[in-house]
Structures are given as structure tokens and as C-alpha cells.
Design a protein around this ligand. Structure first.
Ligand code: PMP
Length: 284
């Protein structure tokens, strides 16, 4: 069945949804994106994603083509038109089509594309078994806080993980874990403290990260935002990741070493439950 896709103001069958070969997203990866999850036909953390989009655009001096209300209306329309009950809405904004030139065009006409991906998110086999992760060097650019579409290195990282018989990769810079290829990384220490890297330009400021840390603190769990090493993670009681499409997902093996019992731990399991319960309540 053909999806309905949003392209620059029009709702089109996916076969007819097209952008220019001169689009700067295509030529320069001059674009940003967001992924918002849908559960029970409702949007999870829409506001957080809309605000981060505005921030990413601002950091790149790209005009924001849509108000938050207009963006919300498009998300809702796509959910309705595609009968989406569970899955994701992908959104991309680029600086638009212009004659190829490194300098930004004077009056950019942004390209806006949104499409849906139906997928089972809540009932996930990986949440029951946990994920295996390898470590790779973080050789991405220095502004990872801007959610750009330059995703080739994360893509290479996932492929390296697959080849190694693992599910994902954690990236390491100056001896410390930055984040996963498409998620934020956490450990739980032997004393039960949740440790995740502090915010900065080195990592994406995960919308799920913000929510999960808030829920953890509300549940009287101790949280420390600081860098950690692969060695510390291998000695940890538990490890997990967060992202909009995986929520909270346990990590049970790192570079071939089992973490804790080698099974999903109670903290990650509990946080996943709390996250799902609370976000479902707040979903719009
Ligand atoms: N870090 C990176 C590099 C990511 O690509 C993502 C997901 N796009 C995240 C973290 C998690 O962010 P969020 O919780 O907003 O999905």
C-alpha cells in the first residue's frame, strides 16, 4: 500500500513525492531532521522534537519554514491519512534547491518532507533480550548537538556492529563514550547510580534522554551526568540506551564482555516501564 507523504505543502502518494537534484540536502547534507514516535495513534514528545528542530535550524542559520502549530497539524494529518497507530514520523528540512555553491543561497526556499514508518515499537524482542554493542572511535564532526542528516558514519558504525555479530556501536572520543550511533548511552554503577554523558556539542541532546532522566529523578534514582569509559561500562551493573524509537533499551554485552548478569537489568527494565506509562499518558 502506498503511503501518503508530505512534500512542501502537498500530501502526495509516495511514488509522486520528489525533491530536486539541486537540493542542498542531497548535495551538501545541508539539512536537519527529527523522528517522532507514534503510539496508540498519538505523538510522543512532539513539543520537544519541534523545539530541537527550531534550535538545529537556528544553529545553521536556516529559516524555520513552519510554526509549531503548522508542524503539529502536518504530523496529525499524516497519522490520519496513513492510519498510523504505532511507528514513527520522519521529518526533514533542508536549505532547499539552489545552484551548487558552498556558500548558502541568499534567499533559501527550504525543502520540507515528512513521511510515516509503521513499526511495532512497544513490543520489542530486543527489550526482552537486550542488545550487544561494540565500541568504535567517534570520528564525526564537532557539532553533534545539531541534528543534521550527515549520517554516513553512524550508518558505517551499525554495519561494523552487524559484521561483528552485534546490534549497535558506542562511539568513543578521548577515551570516553560519547553516545550510540543513533541513541544516548548509559550505565548503572554497582551502587545503583545512573551515569550518562553530560550535554555539550559532543552529543545529541536526546528528547528521550531528557524525559528518562526526569522520570529517574522523580523515582528517587540517583543520576550523574559525566563521561564514562568502555572499561567502566564493562564493569557496570547494567547498561542501556535511549532514543525516540527504542525508548529505553537494555545493553547486555559490550565488546564481547557481558554487562552485569548478561541479561536486561532491573533499572533499565523499570525505566522502560515508567517511560512507556508516563509518555502514553502525556501523548498528544
Ligand atoms: N544520539 C544520536 C546520535 C541520535 O541519532 C539519536 C536519535 N536520533 C539520539 C542520540 C537520541 O535522541 P532522541 O531521544 O531525541 O531520539
Amino acid at each position: 500500500m502506498s503511503r501518503t507523504v508530505y512534500v512542501n505543502g502537498a500530501y502526495l502518494p509516495e511514488e509522486e513525492a520528489k525533491v530536486s537534484v539541486f537540493d542542498r540536502g542531497f548535495l551538501f547534507a545541508d539539512g536537519v531532521y527529527e523522528v517522532t514516535s507514534v503510539i496508540d495513534g498519538k505523538l510522543i514528545d512532539f513539543e520537544g522534537h519541534a523545539r530541537r528542530l527550531a534550535r538545529s535550524l537556528g544553529e545553521l542559520e536556516m529559516p524555520n519554514p513552519l510554526t509549531e502549530d503548522a508542524l503539529l497539524a502536518i504530523h496529525r494529518e499524516l497519522v490520519a491519512r496513513n492510519d498510523l497507530t504505532e511507528g514513527m514520523i520522519y521529518l526533514q528540512v533542508t536549505r532547499g534547491a539552489a545552484d551548487r555553491d558552498f556558500a548558502y543561497p541568499k534567499d533559501p526556499d527550504p525543502t520540507v518532507v515528512l513521511f510515516t514508518q509503521a513499526r511495532s515499537l512497544v513490543d520489542s524482542p530486543a527489550a526482552r533480550t537486550g542488545m550487544k554493542v561494540i565500541s568504535i572511535p567517534d570520528i564525526r564532526w564537532g557539532r553533534r548537538d545539531i541534528k543534521t542528516v550527515q549520517l554516513l558514519y553512524p550508518s558505517m558504525g551499525k554495519m561494523a556492529a552487524k559484521k561483528a555479530g552485534a546490534d549497535d556501536a558506542w562511539m568513543v572520543e578521548d577515551g570516553f563514550v560519547t553516545e550510540g550511533t543513533s541513541n544516548n548511552a548509559y550505565i548503572v554503577t554497582r551502587t545503583g547510580k545512573i551515569v550518562t554523558r553530560h550535554l555539550g556539542e559532543e552529543i545529541l541532546h536526546g528528547i528521550t534522554r531528557a524525559a528518562v532522566l526526569r522520570f529517574a529523578r522523580e523515582a528517587q534514582m540517583e543520576v550523574e551526568e559525566r563521561p564514562f569509559t568502555i572499561a567502566e561500562a564493562q564493569e557496570a551493573e547494567e547498561a542501556f540506551i535511549t532514543s525516540a524509537s527504542t525508548f529505553v533499551m537494555p545493553v547486555v554485552e559490550l565488546d564481547g564482555t557481558p554487562i552485569g548478569t548478561g541479561k536486561p537489568g532491573p533499572v533499565a527494565t523499570r525505566l522502560r516501564e515508567i517511560y512507556l506509562e508516563e509518555t502514553r499518558k502525556a501523548a498528544t
